[in-house]
Design a protein around this ligand. Structure first.
Ligand SMILES: C[S@@+](CC[C@H](N)C(=O)[O-])C[C@H]1O[C@@H](n2cnc3c(N)ncnc32)[C@H](O)[C@@H]1O
Length: 282
């Protein structure tokens, strides 16, 4: 993936004055910025299918342990990094391409008092700014859809994991249906979306040296979740400045419910949860 392609992805996630917008929305919602709870942030910091509940279920299945060093690759504004620290007592490094997201992630983490356990760094998964064997686990949650050179990212994941380390995936892959409806959260148009059939992605991961521990197709559950988002957006219009995905994604967000519900219904996308492990001797 070239720097030019990365800058287009960065542009897709750009929102002017994002941190100030989040602060204003939290204050309007009556939240005390000096002591935020994770649930206060859930409407805005979970930039993936299923929200915090689906993340927690996956983290349990994947067996995250206290004090594990975890890389949250493509962490967004840090929702899952904070969940891993708070609920699983992990030590988390969140990495993201977007400097604006990293700024928000740092601020919100300080507001929740989790700064001792979570740190953030700007960077790309194609060229991870970490030493070999730095992490016990990597969370890769709704990010590979933005990565064209998946083999390069997976190779980097393998390099920075310790022997026996876990790669935990919560990803959208390409289904058998034709014609994705845009905009979707990761892409306003087709040129920003790099979906692959799951079998191809699994092959890339295994070719890098990972061993499969479990794979679960969660498309049915994801489809129901997006149907609920669609219904909610039909029954009440969310103000663009209220605490919700519109703050991060702008006007595109009003189309996500209907488009993602259609994409799952037409089987143009699938949702996969998976755990892979690096060999103990590697
Ligand atoms: C759909 S959001 C998901 C964010 C977060 N994982 C979550 O689930 O809340 C995708 C994220 O991947 C990040 N991203 C895209 N390409 C990246 C890259 N090459 N390196 C690091 N982060 C990247 C984006 O900036 C964005 O924050």
């Amino acid at each position: 993936m070239t720097r030019l392609e990365e800058s287009k992805i960065k542009e897709h996630y750009h929102s002017d004055n994002l941190l100030q917008k989040i602060k204003d929305a939290l204050q309007k919602a009556g939240k005390d910025l000096t002591r935020l709870e994770l649930k206060d942030l859930a409407p805005v910091d979970q930039l993936h299918t299923g929200g915090a509940l689906s993340s927690i279920e996956l983290f349990r299945k994947a067996g995250f342990l206290p004090d594990e060093q975890v890389l949250d690759a493509g962490c967004g504004i840090g929702g899952s990094s904070r969940l891993l620290a708070k609920e699983f007592n992990c030590r988390v490094t969140g990495l993201d391409l977007s400097d604006l997201f990293i700024e928000c992630a740092v601020f919100l983490t300080n507001c929740t008092g989790l700064e001792e356990k979570v740190r953030f760094q700007e960077g790309s998964v194609i060229d991870l700014p970490f030493e070999d064997h730095s992490f016990d686990a990597i969370l890769c949650q709704h990010i590979l859809m933005n990565i064209e050179d998946k083999a390069a990212a997976v190779k980097e994941f393998y390099r920075v994991l310790k022997p026996g380390g876990k790669l935990v995936l919560h990803e959208i892959s390409q289904g058998l249906g034709q014609g994705i409806c845009y905009p979707v959260p990761w892409a306003s148009k087709a040129s920003l979306s790099f979906l692959e059939p799951w079998e191809d992605l699994a092959c890339i991961i295994q070719q890098a040296g990972f061993e499969k521990a479990f794979v679960s197709d969660e498309s049915r559950k994801a489809s129901l979740w997006w149907e609920k988002v669609k219904k909610a957006s039909e029954t009440h219009t969310q103000r663009p400045d209220s605490l919700g995905p519109g703050i991060v994604f702008g006007e595109n967000a009003i189309f996500f419910g209907q488009n993602m519900a259609a994409n799952f219904k037409n089987n143009t996308v699938c949702l996969i949860e998976a755990l892979f492990k690096k060999g103990k001797d590697d």
